[in-house]
Design a protein around this ligand. Structure first.
Ligand code: F6P
Length: 463
């Protein structure tokens, strides 16, 4: 069996002990790496004064990780620059927040070249190579330019924007052309895939063929939709385990008789936190008789703190949560508990299970795995209600959630009332449909789906 080489901006070290704490993507990739053998390559998260190409190898749990340090200028221009000041906002439909600096583009290219130069000697002839996310779109082309002939796949974990938006990116054409260096390109939903095809056919003059193929200038690739899932079984077990029970009891004891509404998101403007707080404020305004009977816990660990737009959203949310609490709190009740730190998955599983409502309302999201984790954590005999943005990739699968327009305070407020009033039989019916999907299309299913396409297995069908 050929080895698998996974390449992403960040590398998740394999679990070293029982307390290990990994996201679903890391769990799936580590499992695939363990099964096939191979290497996970990426940036260490550290800087060095001068780039040397030195690779730091680590082994653990049957997996090898290989990381490189980058120069401070690389991090500024590539990670804090082109990736998170240009591509991230633009691909999340926030052209108003998008910055176009020539230096960002050259830093992005330089780091992709550095990745290609350092990873190339690690790859053997029949290895499968799987590149992840917007940080590394041109990496495939850089590898091909170095004579690389292996099977090469790319997965985008964020939305693909409508052509009209993408056209505002200087050198958009060059960026998209680089994707034709891959054999398979994956997106989480049919929507993102459609936008990609639309750009390729209308802007590049490419053509669509059978079996998800797309051809441009004589090069044919497969472009597929493959929605990522979570490690459902493990998460269901975590929610029923001791750490989760302890977290649940902490929640109950600190708020006897009150319904918990929970949100868990990286502190990012794409997550719709401002709009969520405003929707909750509208609910408090319009339902005075319910004040004191519910409370919201918003967990929002800070992220990308060197980027100004992230500093601004943090300041806005500090002010907004303070204002809402100042206006509505009582001597024995605070409407919003706003917490700027992360928690272990087992604790989160317990909090989700304690919550009557899971509020997942991004303005735009490639997928959103919190929605799936909330579903997996519920008590089957008395499940909570998922309120989900129709603009999250997850909405295409989780159709039995209460779907909302996250920009509308009225809709959010109405959805909270609906969820609080929803009879148990309806909650169970909706949850059973949701968990069915979350179990069936889990992260291992996703990984197998993409790798089958990448291997070129006959009959490998996308979702
Ligand atoms: O889902 C998009 C993504 O950028 C991933 O690539 C990344 O692992 C995650 O969000 C967290 O972002 P960051 O690595 O910038 O903290």
């Amino acid at each position: 069996m050929s080895r698998l080489i996974v390449i992403s901006n960040r590398v998740q070290p394999p679990k070293t002990g029982p307390g290990g704490n990994q996201g679903g993507l890391a769990v799936a990739l580590l499992a695939a790496l363990r099964e096939q053998g191979g290497i996970w390559f990426g940036w260490s998260g550290e800087t060095t004064e001068e780039f040397s190409g030195h690779i730091n190898f680590q082994q653990g749990g049957g997996v090898t990780t290989a990381t490189i340090d980058l120069e401070p200028q690389d991090v500024d221009e590539y990670y804090n620059g082109y990736a998170n000041r240009t591509l991230w906002p633009l691909f999340h439909y926030r052209i108003d927040l998008t910055e176009f600096e020539r230096d960002f583009g050259s830093g992005y290219r330089r780091v992709n070249q550095r990745f290609a130069d350092t990873v190339r000697p690690l790859i053997e002839d029949d290895d499968l190579v799987w590149v992840h996310d917007y940080h590394l779109m041109p990496l495939g082309q850089e590898l091909r330019d170095r004579g690389f002939r292996n099977r090469l796949g790319f997965f985008l974990h964020i939305p693909w924007p409508p052509a009209r938006l993408l056209l505002s990116l200087p050198s958009h054409r060059k960026l998209v052309e680089t994707l034709f260096a891959y054999d398979v390109v994956g997106f989480h939903t049919e929507d993102w895939l459609d936008s990609f095809r639309d750009y390729v056919t209308k802007q590049l003059g490419g053509t669509l063929g059978p079996n998800d193929t797309v051809t441009y200038e004589g090069r044919t690739i497969r472009a597929i939709a493959a929605p990522i899932g979570i490690e459902t079984k493990e998460f269901e077990e975590a929610a029923a385990g001791n750490d989760a029970r302890f977290a649940r009891e902490r929640m109950y004891m600190s708020s006897t008789g009150r319904s918990l509404i929970v949100g868990v998101d990286r502190l990012d403007y794409s997550k719709g936190l401002t709009e969520r707080f405003l929707g909750y404020e509208r609910f408090l305004q319009q339902n005075p008789e319910r004040n004191g009977l519910v409370y919201m816990l918003q967990i929002a660990p800070p992220s990308r703190e060197k980027v100004n737009t992230y500093q601004e959203i943090r300041a806005n949310l500090d002010a907004l949560s303070g204002r809402i609490n100042g206006e509505y709190a009582d001597i024995d009740w605070v409407p919003i508990r706003y917490v700027n730190k992360g928690f272990p998955r087992q604790t989160l599983a317990g909090i989700y299970r304690a919550a009557r409502i899971g509020l997942v309302t991004p303005l735009r999201d490639g997928m959103n795995l919190v929605a799936k984790e909330y579903v997996a954590a519920q008590d089957p005999s008395d499940p909570g209600v998922l309120i989900l943005s129709s603009f999250a990739g997850a909405a295409a699968q989780l159709k039995e959630a209460v779907l909302v327009n996250p920009y509308s305070a009225e809709e959010l407020s109405d959805a909270i009332v609906k969820a609080l009033e929803m009879p148990r039989a309806e909650r169970i019916r909706r949850w059973e449909a949701l968990i069915d999907n979350v179990r069936r299309e889990d992260v291992f299913w996703w990984c197998d789906l993409f790798l089958a396409a990448l291997r070129g297995d006959a009959g490998a069908e996308a979702a």
